[in-house]
Design a binder for this molecule. Sequence first.
Ligand SMILES: Cc1cc2nc3c(=O)[nH]c(=O)nc-3n(C[C@H](O)[C@H](O)[C@H](O)COP(=O)(O)OP(=O)(O)OC[C@H]3O[C@@H](n4cnc5c(N)ncnc54)[C@H](O)[C@@H]3O)c2cc1C
Length: 484
Amino acid sequence: MTRSKREPAVITPETIAHARVHLAHDVAVRAGEYVLYWLRAYRRAEDNLALDHAIVRANSLGIPLLVVESLDVRYPYASDRMHAFVLESAVDRAAVLALRGAQYCFYLPRTREEITRDRPLDLLAQRAALVVSDWYPACGPMAKFWDETPRALGQRAGVRVELIDDAVVVPMALLCEKHEHAARTIRPKVQRRLEVSLTESQSPTVTQRGVIAHEVPHTAVTREGIDALIAACAIDHTVPRVRATEGSREQARARLQRLLTQRLGHYSARRNDMGVEGSSALSAHLHFGVLSVREVARAVRGAEGVTREERDAFVEELVVRRSLAFNHVMTEPRHTEYDGGVPAWARETLATASKDSRTAHTFAQWEQSLTSSPLWNCAQRELVRDGVIQPYARMLWGKLAIAMAESPAQAFAWLIALNDKWALDGRDPNTYTNIAWCFGLHDHPYPTQKVFGSLRSMTAAAAARKWDVQAYAARLGMSLPRKL
Ligand SMILES: Cc1cc2nc3c(=O)[nH]c(=O)nc-3n(C[C@H](O)[C@H](O)[C@H](O)COP(=O)(O)OP(=O)(O)OC[C@H]3O[C@@H](n4cnc5c(N)ncnc54)[C@H](O)[C@@H]3O)c2cc1C
């Protein structure tokens, strides 16, 4: 699905809209009972350009729209944590979709056998004139699902499948002509197209309504029923639900409001400050598409009483860094492997760096926060407890890990394994790109040091000089020795 599209010199809304469309299975639209919108990556019924596209297609064909969403027990790392977040996001979806005139089916299989028996997507796609779905780059353990599954469905059902890119802001087809070296190389490409790509959803509604009868079982999701639903699923029950972070759009909008009114004004100074909670805490909602990156970017750019510098600092993370992360996974298929994700100069320097200060631990010691680095243990505790890590602590978590494994390659693999399993915002382009950043990706050489070679180094002692790390540990119910 990775490809770049020719773009005329003048950037218009039409060229951007065109660049959002990826054809997963290119056959003509056929006579069918409905347009099927397969909701996969963007778990929202509002401000969703893929859904808008499906509604416009249904209206032009004069047929109804059926929206199907499923939550598969076969997803890698399916657990109580991820299932609960998605189910929380789905509580109000039927009602919002009904307002837009669409029929909705939420399919929640309990076991692998149920999916094989029900074959929900095949059944529904066979009767569709066209399938529309949301586009996401092939990345991490879900690569096949994002990339191959829609194509395979189109082939099996003989139906056209269109995927719409509403993943960042500027369509990624325009930003993946080559592997970008750093934020500075992709920034002008993003900025040039930013304004016109911040398309507002027109929120169309379906004109042709009517009840579509089908045999796919629908699960009604209520807030109170979520614990019972996940308990019945054959998923990993050792990764518990994070009660403080809910997948609901209500919570996502409340966090966005908090950002605008309380945090954005001090964002550049406090984002990294481990002693306070200064960032948006929106990464899980953005990962699961509960909020669109466009709506957050629009809100931040329009925020009143906040300096231009602060607004730009946030958009830099949200749009430029995120686009860079997507560019990396799209142009480097081996991004989950040390030899693929980490640049050659960094692997060389790490291979020859002095190993004196390395203390190898086991994976279990890492996972249970039992390493010799108390500050690293705090960050790991945060990941296990809250499903995210404070932005600066997350960089430390990645950097300090290099000194705590048999080899840098092992550290790289274990960081990915932990993040994939425990992070609510994990299994994302941001995951693999940022872990690789800790190993030199998108960075440049520094004066040589032990363990890190010429990689940018970070230490717990330096973090403690800079930030109130005791306050950070206290938030996690942990304590730190005075000297780190
Ligand atoms: C080792 C390591 C692993 C990481 N793993 C993930 C991950 O699995 N998922 C994830 O979303 N981010 C990851 N990041 C990037 C970053 O740390 C998080 O996005 C951020 O901490 C999320 O908190 P926030 O929403 O409060 O961020 P804010 O500072 O409020 O930023 C707003 C949004 O901008 C985006 N963003 C921020 N920083 C980056 C960045 N460096 N690269 C790309 N996008 C960014 C995110 O979507 C974030 O939610 C990782 C960073 C490191 C160093």
